[in-house]
Design a protein around this ligand. Structure first.
Ligand code: SAM
Length: 243
């Protein structure tokens, strides 16, 4: 591939992902709206509905970036609850924290720079964990899923929102064209960075499909796992339960 993505060593991949998100942080929200025609807001709203957060709950928004989910959870868990926005990238965390503070989302949100593969939290700590459009950037996904399973409370659930495999061929073709011909050029025009957006499109193609990710969640120790396709499988919401 363009980046030699399959062949790069894992430390190289981590470095590349870091460069991508340092580069796109300031334009990230704008690009999300433009590239998904605003539909990412619907995908995230559905994720929040499935999470069913209640006052007093502890929520981890992993790979939380600019904090769209964190902002919604902060309102839902209230003063007695807690939301941790964790991300490996300090540029994304800074943009996220500034945005949430400007919007008055304060008091029950903490920001932690952390790698999903080695979460710095106690066992059985969170009622809900979300990772939205983050897992595909993680080098060792099995290790990250284990780590999430460990810090989730019994009775809690993990929600993985991620690009997935479109369910019919026509959609797959249209989507490939859009990802590889249109998105990198939009990235060049709006964010001045074609390479980063090409990486993002490639990482989507490389990401495990619905059934593979479901099995990876079960292998990581979740007691039950399922998924819901959205937009014909362009995106899927995976749910993992710990009993
Ligand atoms: N969740 C946000 C959203 O849906 O808008 C941000 C998604 S953004 C596409 C992916 C995020 O994953 C970036 O902020 C990136 O820094 C973060 N990330 C990548 N690898 C990570 C890792 N190993 N651990 C934690 N966060 C990671």
């Amino acid at each position: 591939t363009h980046f030699g993505y399959q062949e790069v060593a894992s430390d190289k991949k981590a470095e590349m992902v870091a460069d991508v998100f340092h580069s796109v942080a300031s334009k990230y929200d704008l690009m999300n709206d433009v590239m998904s025609f605003g539909v990412h807001r619907y995908w995230k709203r559905f994720t929040i509905e499935c999470a069913a957060a209640r006052p007093g709950m502890k929520v981890l928004d992993l790979a939380g970036g600019t904090g769209d989910l964190t902002a919604k959870f902060s309102h839902l868990v209230g003063e007695t609850g807690e939301v941790v926005l964790a991300d490996i990238n300090d540029s994304m965390l800074k943009v996220g924290r500034a945005k949430l503070q400007d919007n008055g989302v304060v008091g029950n949100v903490n920001y932690v720079q952390a790698n999903a593969e080695a979460l710095p939290f106690p066992d059985n700590h969170f009622d809900i964990i979300t990772i939205a459009f983050g897992l595909r950037n993680v080098t060792d996904k099995a290790k990250a899923l284990h780590s999430m399973q460990r810090v989730l409370k019994p009775g809690g659930k993990l929600l993985v929102l991620e690009f997935s495999k479109p369910q019919n061929e026509l959609m797959q073709k249209a989507y490939d064209f859009y990802s590889f011909k249109i998105i990198p050029n939009m990235g060049a025009m709006i964010a001045g960075d074609k390479e980063s957006y090409l990486y993002l499109s490639e990482s989507i193609r490389m990401h495990p499909d619905q059934e593979t990710l479901k099995n990876m969640m079960l292998e990581a120790g979740f007691d039950q796992a399922d998924y819901v396709n959205m937009t014909n499988g362009v995106v899927a919401l995976h749910r993992g339960y710990k009993f």
